[in-house]
Design a protein around this ligand. Structure first.
Ligand SMILES: C[S@@+](CC[C@H](N)C(=O)[O-])C[C@H]1O[C@@H](n2cnc3c(N)ncnc32)[C@H](O)[C@@H]1O
Length: 228
């Protein structure tokens, strides 16, 4: 899929707005040349059955993860690591950055680890990563410190539903840092409308979360909100 100038303009405007309104750190930077170079490297080094992550979503994930204020990133439902590879690449030169993928599908985790290893090697990555085969609806075997996750991406899909996003937040909210950013994929997908109505109601009425917005980047959309 080709990427366009219209997308560049759209992402720039969105980040201007998100920064001005304190949804994201001010140092989220956007470089078209770097994005294009990294995209080429990712596409040359990744192997996956498919993904619904679109080019404009790639840019979004890449830009938000460029902030130096974000150290630890966790992807819930990492599959073969496509979204993960963009969240990894945005901070590829940051040696304080660690990216973790969690997925219940062990084969997908092996694939994601191989994909991330190739991408890291080709981009000379200083950031670290791991992909763990685990049920994200249970606490992890390997401990993640409380208040340590600065950015997380929710994308688990259980029997074709997104109902479990609420449970994910309940289980993991104490692991998120104060002001940590939470992204939830797919709020605009028709078949998930009921699940997201309940999810949005949960976020808006829960003191643990603030700064909620749904960004209509593409047909999937993405929710962004913060841990208080
Ligand atoms: C829509 S796919 C994720 C796509 C992925 N984020 C990408 O970048 O292409 C949903 C994933 O959620 C995973 N999943 C479903 N239930 C899970 C659970 N309880 N814990 C962890 N992963 C789960 C599935 O195995 C599947 O890989």
């Amino acid at each position: 899929v080709k990427t366009s100038t219209a997308e560049e303009v759209k992402i720039q405007k969105i980040f201007n707005w998100l920064t001005e309104n304190h949804f994201v750190p001010e140092d989220c930077k956007f470089s078209n040349d770097q994005y294009r170079y990294i995209r080429k490297q990712i596409l040359n080094n990744i192997s996956l059955p498919g993904t619904t992550i679109t080019p404009i979503m790639e840019r979004f994930l890449y830009t938000i993860s460029s902030s130096k204020h974000i150290k630890n990133i966790v992807v819930f439902g990492s599959y073969y690591g496509y979204a993960l590879s963009w969240l990894f690449s945005g901070g590829i030169d940051n040696q304080d950055r660690n990216v973790v993928g969690i997925d219940i599908d062990g084969e997908a985790c092996i694939g994601a680890n191989q994909n991330l290893m190739r991408i890291s090697n080709t981009l000379n990555g200083k950031a670290t990563f791991s992909v763990e085969s685990q049920d994200a609806l249970k606490e992890m075997d390997r401990s993640i410190d409380d208040h340590s996750i600065d950015l997380c991406f929710l994308d688990i899909d259980v029997n074709g539903s997104k109902k479990e996003y609420i449970d994910l937040l309940e289980i993991w909210k104490d692991k998120m840092s104060q002001g940590g950013i939470i992204l939830a994929h797919d709020p605009l997908v028709d078949k998930f409308q009921e699940d997201f109505s309940a999810f949005h109601e949960f976020i808006k009425t829960n003191d643990s979360f603030s700064h909620y917005v749904t960004l209509p980047l593409d047909f999937c959309g993405i929710d962004l909100f913060k841990r208080t």
